[in-house]
Design a protein around this ligand. Structure first.
Ligand SMILES: O=P(O)(O)O[C@H]1O[C@H](CO)[C@@H](O)[C@H]1O
Ligand SMILES: O=c1cc[nH]c(=O)[nH]1
Length: 245
């Protein structure tokens, strides 16, 4: 048995499919939808569960907020043998076309984080796996969220609230980027470096350019969208597992 130093779970307990999310409570909510769910461990922000969805064995792990902590989670899961990771997150909207309650499948992430700069050169892309993206998009369309469903480029950034320097949201908005969150670039770059496949779906919780004035990710419409994206991610995992068998 090999205990993973940071997640504090045994690598032998980890199957090939993983769903990850920032919030440990969301990890528990996802685990509630699994058959035979068991909690594997809870260390720092990392809460881990294992169970089956429509026969597919998967692990669910929370990674906390931000690329550095999330990267540790992704690396340890991959070392334990995970081959497919789906992130189920929340994000702020960068587009007038998509409001709170909408689901966005991230096809690629603009790398405005600090972590991936320490892993790969500036020109290296952070791109989703196309099979994972297709499975997520099909499942999202069928998940009946309270808003729209779209796929496109997202932005990953380290600063949530702004300081003295202007954040690049408006520039990425002009470039057609749909949403901003804080971990997808790390997931896609690490997946590429380690030769696994990854994808991500996010539920929009409001206008990202207005978070300094007020941020409320606990509204009913956001909760309903998160519930829909959880169902979509589980259905996508089941479809990917069927394709592999
Ligand atoms: O809802 P999660 O998965 O945590 O994702 C988003 O929410 C957090 C910020 O509130 C960041 O982690 C961001 O990426
Ligand atoms: O990083 C995030 C996550 C949710 N909403 C935002 O505006 N930003």
């Amino acid at each position: 048995m090999a205990l993973m130093p940071i997640l504090q779970i045994e690598s032998e307990d980890v199957p090939e499919l993983a769903i990850v999310c920032g919030d440990p409570f969301r990890a528990a909510a996802i685990a509630e939808k699994l058959d035979g769910a068991v909690e594997l461990g809870h260390a720092r922000e990392y809460r881990s569960f294992k169970g089956r969805y429509k026969g597919a064995e998967l692990v669910v792990v929370s990674h906390g907020v931000g690329c550095p902590g999330a990267a540790v989670c992704f690396e340890e899961l991959i070392k334990a043998g995970v081959k497919t990771i789906i992130r189920v997150g929340t994000a702020g909207s960068l587009s007038g076309s998509y409001a709170a309650g909408s689901l966005i499948v991230s096809t690629a992430a603009a790398r405005e984080d600090g972590l991936t700069r320490q892993l790969v050169p500036a020109g290296f892309p952070a791109a989703a796996d196309s099979q994972v993206t297709d499975a997520l998009y099909a499942a999202a369309l069928a998940s009946n969220p309270p808003g729209a469903v779209a796929k496109g480029i997202t932005l990953t950034i380290d600063a949530f609230f702004s300081g003295a320097v202007e954040l690049p949201h408006e520039m990425y908005k002009r470039a057609g980027v749909i949403a901003v969150e804080m971990e997808i670039s790390a997931l896609y770059v690490i997946a590429a470096l380690r030769g696994i496949r990854a994808g991500a779906i996010v539920a929009l919780d409001g206008d990202s350019t207005a978070v300094d004035e007020g941020y409320d990710p606990h509204r009913n419409i956001v909760g309903e969208a998160v519930d829909a994206e959880i169902r979509a991610a589980l259905e996508a995992m089941a479809a990917l597992a069927r394709q592999a068998s």
